[in-house]
Design a protein around this ligand. Structure first.
Ligand SMILES: Nc1nc2c(ncn2[C@@H]2O[C@H](COP(=O)(O)OP(=O)(O)OP(=O)(O)O)[C@@H](O)[C@H]2O)c(=O)[nH]1
Ligand SMILES: [Mg+2]
Length: 467
């Protein structure tokens, strides 16, 4: 997501390093590079022009703030302008009212409508505690009904058994009546797509929107982010014919450029509501322009990271772990659970990108797969250990060590290496608990703790990937 743009922006900002203040002459090179970067990201050229002018105007009008260097000041201006460009704050869907609220999902063929309908149902049930009914209304491609029903069953959400011989508008009305009887809060209607915008499709969708108008529906258009300006043009046409209330950008996980995300609101006036970031049902994020701007500028996105963590962290497990730690115990099983929680957050690089300043560092490191491989290896080694050994890793010597190596397809050296790292972690955890109780000696390398030799402190992974 936005990888190319982040890299180019970073290099554009280098021109301002070491400068006393922002001036007309020294900002020119930076602005030129920002402009090229945006055009290469497939951002609409008018949007680019307006954006660069706005940034320039603000930057030159900005007062010099003591202690803030021009580079930092410029990043802040870029952040604010990008946020404005993408649409200020995310406004909630219009679904918090009595009765049944319909959401109509539209878009061209293969953009991710059916997938999004499933994701949205799961999201609304889990986050907003809504009772959702999924409605297949794609009469154009009959297999689409089964596709949606399979999704509904997988996520445990109810569906409407549409009669595909009926017109989509009649399916929509029948589903509303059914939802009323079943006491549902929300109806999500998955409509058909076509390869290109055609009259038949637009007429069909217009009919659906017209009969549903009295229920004040959300009309969300799903667009494949990878199609860039094409997505923007399609959104414009759709919006002109059936008023859209929001846009969903799908396949953001595969889009390294970001042109659609940066232009679509400005060109169409319709806000982006969600981004779809993978094929799994949980891969859906609310679109927050300010957070997205931070990600583009490598400022991290701690808020989203914490929200994600809240979703995946099992409170019971965490509580048990804390109890163990309070007793001064940190076992291999606890570690395995921690690794499990972390991997649920996503790949290592996607987690690190959400931490401020890590984006740039990641680019220097390049490939994180050695670290990911190491994590996988640790998991395999642990799964070859007996319960007793996981409870007391010090038992692992000689014959046991050989058995674990054989069982996990690793070498004795790799098992020993893991045990060494684990023993470091155990010490660190012990130190941390003492520190939390207010006692010395604390964790090496952290303020408040007993300091070891400077620069020698190594995290559990060692520092080799983060030099
Ligand atoms: N990588 C990735 N793939 C996605 C995402 N959303 C959907 N897909 C994939 O895109 C393909 C098409 O998705 P569908 O949901 O069937 O698209 P649709 O718009 O309903 O297609 P039609 O019903 O044929 O018009 C599927 O293979 C999905 O798995 C996403 O966010 N990321
Ligand atoms: Mg579909």
């Amino acid at each position: 997501m936005f990888d190319n743009l982040s890299e180019k922006f970073d290099s554009a900002f280098k021109h301002l390093r070491g400068k006393g203040k922002i001036s007309e002459s020294n900002i020119d090179d930076t602005l030129k590079e920002v402009k090229t970067a945006l055009l290469e990201a497939d951002v609409n050229f008018k949007v680019v022009k307006n954006f660069v002018n706005a940034v320039k105007e603000t930057a030159l009008g900005e007062k010099v703030i003591a202690g803030v260097n021009p580079g930092e000041q410029f990043v802040k201006i870029m952040h604010d302008e990008l946020t404005t460009l993408m649409g200020d704050e995310n406004n909630d869907l219009n679904i918090n009212r009595p009765g049944v609220s319909p959401i109509i999902v539209v878009g061209l063929n293969g953009q991710g409508k059916t997938t999004f309908s499933g994701k949205l149902a799961l999201f609304l049930r889990n986050k907003k505690e809504k009772d959702v009914l999924l409605v297949p209304a794609d009469t154009f491609r009959p297999a689409a009904k089964d596709q949606l029903i399979t999704l509904a069953k997988n996520i445990g959400v109810d569906y409407f058994d549409s009669d595909l011989k009926m017109a989509p508008k009649d399916i929509a009305l029948a589903a509303m009546a059914d939802a009323e009887i079943r006491g549902k809060n929300i109806v999500i209607i998955d409509t058909a797509g076509r390869l290109h915008i055609d009259e038949q499709l637009m007429a069909e969708l217009k009919e659906v929107c017209d009969v549903m108008a009295k229920f004040n529906p959300e009309v969300l258009m799903v667009a494949d982010a990878m199609t860039g300006q094409e997505a923007v043009n399609v959104a414009k046409t759709f919006h002109a014919q059936i008023e859209l209330t929001g846009i969903v950008l799908s396949k953001m996980d595969s889009d390294a450029r970001g042109g659609a995300a940066l232009s679509i609101k400005h060109v169409t006036g319709v806000p982006i509501r969600f981004v779809s970031v993978g094929e799994k049902m949980k891969d859906l994020e609310l679109f927050h322009p300010d957070r997205m701007a931070k990600r583009i500028l490598d400022m991290g996105d701690v808020v989203s990271l914490v929200e994600k963590a809240e979703d995946v962290i099992d409170e019971k497990q965490a509580e048990n772990m804390m109890k163990n730690l309070e007793k001064g115990k940190f076992t291999v099983d606890d570690f395995m659970q921690q690794m499990g929680m972390i991997s649920k957050l996503g790949s290592m690089s996607s987690i690190l990108k959400m931490i401020p300043g890590m984006g740039g560092m990641l680019r220097q490191v390049g490939d994180l797969s050695p670290a990911e491989d190491e994590m996988k290896r640790m998991k395999i080694i642990i799964s070859s250990m007996t319960k007793q050994e996981r409870n007391d890793y010090k038992l692992v010597k000689a014959r046991r060590l050989e058995r674990i190596a054989r069982g996990s397809g690793t070498t004795n050296h790799q098992v020993t290496d893991f045990l060494k790292k684990f023993s470091q972690m155990e010490k660190m955890m012990g130190g941390m608990m003492q520190m939390m109780k207010g006692g010395a000696p604390g964790m090496p390398g952290l303020p408040g703790g007993k300091q070891k030799k400077k620069g020698k402190s190594k995290g559990p992974w060692g520092n080799k990937y983060f030099k």
